[in-house]
Design a protein around this ligand. Sequence first.
Ligand code: FES
Length: 262
Amino acid sequence: MTGWVRSLRDRKLCRECGFCQNVIVCPATDGCVGCLACYRGCPHQARRLTVDEDKREKITITVDGTPIQVHERITVKKALESIGITFGKYAGNGKIFSPCEVGGCYSCSVIVNGEAKRTCIIPIKEGIEIQTTLPEGSTPLRIIHGPEAHMVGGKATPWWLKGDHYVEVAIWAAGCCYTCPQCQNYHVTYDGRSKPLSPEEAAKLVTSCRRRYDVDRMAISGGEPTLNRKWLIQYFKELGRLNARAQTSIGHIGPTRPKTRS
Ligand code: FES
């Protein structure tokens, strides 16, 4: 489908679960801006894309100090794409990494009017000023769920680490690049609404939960936890600093896998 598109509810498939109001961020204040977060996230695939033929006026914004004209009622991402700035769903493709496109991972953030904002879901407005590069040393953010105590052997922990460690504490990071229709963690994967945390805030929460349950393992899953690399590296560093003797695992990555299941 080319041109502007908008997402419409398919009333035959919609179960009125409220997911698109309560979990997904809808940035529309004056009609659909075509971010398609609801289309990507609907757990019942009850959204359809249709061509948006409504007329769009041009408005002026400033990008990296240069005034430019873009169409109104689009996302910051679409506006930047219209002037040649490239976005990549996978790491290394494009100037700005934008893997989840539902507002969960914060990887696509740029500075809008002095604040870090997610390009994939923030609508463009007349007169806004955008800097496409985040300042050195800026704090990365990410939405997470948890921490919660979690039985080892679930998806966050490799089976070969069972044994004496039966419980760990885990967090689940919002945002994923895969859009699997069978995702069992929809409420995390497509969450663009919850307040994001810095790596330090998340590490502190997880550490305190680990101590409360008196366990020595901590895990992160999702969503896809590896998307926001800067956040993840700082999170692990801080977690390591706060928990010098405990262990961490991410998804299915962990210590060397044994050759045979014992
Ligand atoms: S790509 Fe925008 S928040 Fe994940």
